[in-house]
Design a protein around this ligand. Structure first.
Ligand code: 13P
Length: 259
């Protein structure tokens, strides 16, 4: 069985005081992280604070971005080996905000994915279509292209160390969510694409859903057989709403509900 994961992408939010408060809030329910994987992705400047606050707990943390290589003249960038050195385990790669706002194309995303693995980080590869692409019926094609670029660069076996997050761009931060059926259809399509190359990877890789995931829509989305958890933006910025989604993941996926 694939272990459920709920990850909070904090994006460019938080000051050290609110980060402390949020971590403290999330730690109020330690039983959750013994059943499911819970991961937070703070801004880079808060990584070492979060590492220290989470030391000795089963909550994990990761970075939102990395750059290529180990070091060099890349002002403002952070390498995979710097993240590993810090104790980091996960890194997001190819988030739609990086693709759309910072011009990351599929080739750069693929190179970052490979750089993450070289640094022994576990990448969470984000894929997703825009509203226009969905309306034109191109959803599967777009996602296949995003995956294919990474397979071409890093090889299919690299996906053994990775997770995928399906985040329809039109659902991110908009309050719109993919219906459970829409999301499930894409998750299945991702597994089908991977299965053409390695059946066991298609079956074992964890695929998270992201895009206006909240406690009230989580039960239906997480009940879908090919959705293994969530990558949460806005609702991860408050301990209560993040924990509520984690509770739902535990209840729906593992049949455990804690009062
Ligand atoms: P929202 O949950 O705010 O829609 O953001 C999703 C996301 O981008 C997570 O990476």
């Amino acid at each position: 069985m694939r272990k459920p994961m709920v990850a909070g992408n904090w994006k460019m939010n938080g000051l050290s005081s609110s980060v402390r408060a949020l971590i403290e809030g999330i730690q109020q329910e330690p039983h959750l992280s013994s059943s499911i994987d819970m991961v937070v992705f703070p801004a880079a400047v808060h990584l070492s604070l979060v590492r220290d606050l989470l030391a000795g707990t089963s909550l994990a943390w990761g970075a939102q971005n990395l750059y290529l290589g180990e070091n060099g003249a890349f002002t403002g960038e952070i390498s995979g080996s710097m993240l590993t050195d810090l104790g980091c385990r996960y890194v997001l790669v190819g988030h739609s905000e990086r693709r759309a706002l910072f011009g990351e194309d599929s080739a750069l995303v693929a190179a970052k994915f490979q750089a993450a693995l070289q640094a022994r980080l576990q990448p969470i590869l984000c894929v997703g279509e825009t509203l226009k692409q969905r309306e034109r019926g191109e959803t599967e094609k777009v996602i296949q292209e995003q995956l294919a670029a990474v397979v071409k660069k890093a090889g299919i076996s690299a996906f053994r160390q990775a997770l995928i997050a399906y985040e329809p761009v039109w659902a991110i931060g908009t309050g719109l969510t993919a219906t459970p059926e829409q999301a499930q259809a894409v998750h299945i399509a991702i597994r089908r694409y991977l299965a053409e190359q390695e059946v066991d990877i298609a079956q074992t890789i964890r695929i998270l859903y992201g895009g206006s995931l909240k406690a009230d829509n989580a039960p239906q989305l997480l009940a879908m057989p090919d959705i293994d958890g969530g990558l949460v933006g806005g609702a991860s910025l408050e301990a209560k709403s993040f924990l509520a989604i984690c509770q739902e993941a535990m209840a729906v996926k593992l049949g455990q509900r804690v009062a």
